[in-house]
Structures are given as structure tokens and as C-alpha cells.
Design a binder for this molecule. Sequence first.
Ligand code: EPU
Length: 448
Amino acid sequence: MVTQIDDTGAISTPLATPERVLRIRGGNPLRGEVTIGGAKNAALKAMAAALLTEEEVVLSGVPLLADVFSMCELLRALGASVDLDLERKRVAIQARQIVRTDAPRELFKPTRASVVVAGPLLARSGEVSFFMPGGDDIGRRPIDMHLNGFRRLGAEVRQDGEGMIVARASKLSGAHIYMDYPSHTGTETLLMASTLAAGTTVICNASAEPEVVWLGHLLNRMGARITGLGTQIIRIEGVERLHAVSDLVPPDRLEAGTFAIAAVLTGGEIRIQNIREDLMLPITEKLREAGGDVWHRATEMLVRTNGPLNAVDIQTLPYPGFPTDQQAPFVALLTQAHGTSVVQERVYEDRLRYTDDLIRMGANIKVDRYGPRNESLATTARVTGPARLHGARVTALDIRSAVGLVLAGLVADGETVMNEIYHVERGYEEFVSKMSALGGDVREDVAG
Ligand code: EPU
């Protein structure tokens, strides 16, 4: 199921292999134990942070995911030596020299997280050029806040006719930066850029997502001077240089939440190992409201269902609000809840398109659409349940909608066949084997 890679971690097959499909047969409650891997959205940024120093950055507990392999390739192209130990899930990155500051388009494109190399490159080399990053198809995803932040730090930023963005500054200078919205990667980009700026930077309306906080602590361990992490105002005193660090990537709260939702949805019982209880609250509160039982002990939690599910309203918000990345899996659960749940997607402008597939599977979902001709964008869905779902051919649109559709398939009659399955591999480590070990009938196959 995992993309083919050689023993250095280099990708040897294309990420997208459209012929491959996941076949999901519904009916089995998920039971057993699952161990959560390292957080993708923490690992990728820490890998980019290695560009800020000539010394070695070593990360353990790195999830073996397509997006991580893409980041390895990108860092290598920029001049870093990247040693990915697949057995030990450990990556050692050393950027003694930056050999180029123009990020190769084909390596920059596969994932949104590529954008976080821009801050370190600009800070260390005084220049960066790149094309808009790719990633998920969940609405327009501008990077104006990243670029405005660069400008505030004294960089000259322009976009050429072909869409290439170029930022230059002989030396970044500390500044007050106000962000219109607490952008997750925007905060990370500016946090990294300002660690080496002259003087003090204040990021106002910063993101408090746990992965941002972890990155900030990692940077401090590299010698940065950052305070206010986890609050809306982060202050960075610039330093001359950063140094080596080694750290363990924190557990993926989104992977943990997905298995927790799956336990409640399928009427099963899953012991989820390697979690941080405090970070799970936004999801566990909603699971309890829906009728799930959740117990915590140290770094594990037990999740199961106790009777029928209740309709629950959710609105996605920046942390500590309900995570947008759990919206699609949770909607799969709401299709089986009694009553009507109102789901408001308030982070992305177009992250409900996968509901078309759920509707084709028999879900009762009404989506309010808007847009210039009232034709496309949707931010509110009303989900009425319980609906009897049946298998269908569905298409993964992004990482999270992909697993949402798999979850729906687990409670549908018959077989669900999902294509574009590389989305799953971008974000969920050993997903099929973890699902199978819990009794879920999910397997990879070729279309036919
Ligand atoms: N936005 C702007 N301008 C900007 C930046 C963001 O308008 O300059 C808008 C976006 O278009 C979006 C909203 O602000 O509507 C939130 O975007 P944000 O920048 O916070 O998200 P992101 O940094 O692009 C990261 C994760 C996402 C996760 C969000 C929210 C990574 C690589 N990606 O994206 O993860 O949904 O934060 O927590 O860290 C995923 O893992 O599947 C995923 C999509």
C-alpha cells in the first residue's frame, strides 16, 4: 500500500497511481488496539526547520508517509543531506550548505507543507523562489499572509508572469506582523523566518495549533528565543545562528481522532495507544455528545459506543476548536446518528464536496451552496440520520475526505470502491494494515 521507495527513502514510483483502489466491505465493528504514529503536520515543518542551521537535525518517530518522502526529496534538492532510516523511523538532516534557493516545481507541488521551506530559505540565504504549493483540493488556499509577513520582515516579494514567487532580503529585520487569520503554516513560516531576523518580531493573531507550538519549542531547543507559543501573540527575539537538535515527533492527534470516530461509528471498541489526552478534547467531547464512551489513562484512550448515536452540531475552527481535518470522518459518523446534525466548515471554503459521494452511498445530506453563480462552494451541511448506506464507487478528494469515505464504507451494505487512494498514503501511515488488524474489511486492489 505504501508508495515504493528505496532504502534511502527516495520515491521510485509516482505518488498518484490511479489504477489502485481501496475496497471496503461494511459490517464489521472495529475492535482491538492501534498505536498512533508521529504527526505528519509536525514532522514536515521540523524537517524544513533543519534548513535554518548548518548542524544536524535528527527526528525520531517520523511517520513513513508520501508527504514525508516528498519533503525528503525537496530538502535534498536544496542541498541538504537527508538520511531516512525506514526501520527506525528516524530522519537525520544536515544542511551544511544551501545549494539552490529556487525550489524545484515538481518537488514543491505535491504537498502544501512545501511552503514552509520558504521561511528558512529566505532567512538563511536571503532569497527564495517557488511556485504555489499543491496539496489538497479543498478550496482556494492563498499564501498572502506568508508573503505579507515576509514583506513586514523587510523582504521584497514579487510574483512573475509565470506565477513564480520571488522573495529577497539581504537580512530580515524583526517587525510586528498582524495576521488576518491564525494561519497554521503561515505562523510556522513566519516563526522560522524570524528566528534569524535582526531584532524582535511579534506575530499577532498567531495560530495555536499544537503542531505550531511543538515546532516553536523545537526551534527554542535549536537556540531560538520564542515566547508566547500557544497564545495569539508570539514574540521572537532574533538570534545569529541556530544549532543541532534531536527530538521525537509528537503523536498524530488527527490519526488518533480518526480511529476514535471509527470505533464509535462502527459500534466497536478500540484502545488507542500513544496519544496526548489534552489535545484530543475537541474531538472526544463531540464523540461523547454523540453517544460514545471515552476513557483516558496516561498515553492511551479507550473508545467505544454505548447505544444509538445522537445528532451533534459541529463547526470547524482553528485549535482548540473542532479540527477541520476531522470534519469528513465525523460526518461519516453523523450519517448514522438519530436526528439532524448541522455541520459548518469555517476553515476552508470548499471542504464538503466529498458529501456528493456520501449522498450516492445513501446518506441524507443537504448542502447549502454559494459562490458567484451559486454553483460551487459549500460551507454548511445538514446531515439527517440514521441512513442506510450502500457501497458505491467513490473518489478521494483529499487526505481527510478519503478516510471519511472509508469510514462510511465500513458501515455500508456491500462493497465501496475508492480511487485516488494516494491521498490516504499522504496522511495515514499503514492505514490498511491498521484497519485490517482492527477487523475492518479494507484492502488495496487494482480497479477492474
Ligand atoms: N489562508 C489565507 N491566506 C493565507 C493562509 C491561509 O487565506 O495566507 C486561509 C486558507 O485558505 C484557509 C484558512 O486560511 O481557508 C486556513 O488555512 P491555514 O493556513 O491555517 O491552513 P494550512 O496551514 O494551509 C494546515 C494543515 C492542514 C490543516 C490546517 C488547519 C499542514 C501542511 N496543513 O494547513 O492539514 O487542515 O492547517 O489546521 O500543516 C491535512 O493534514 O490534511 C491538512 C489539510
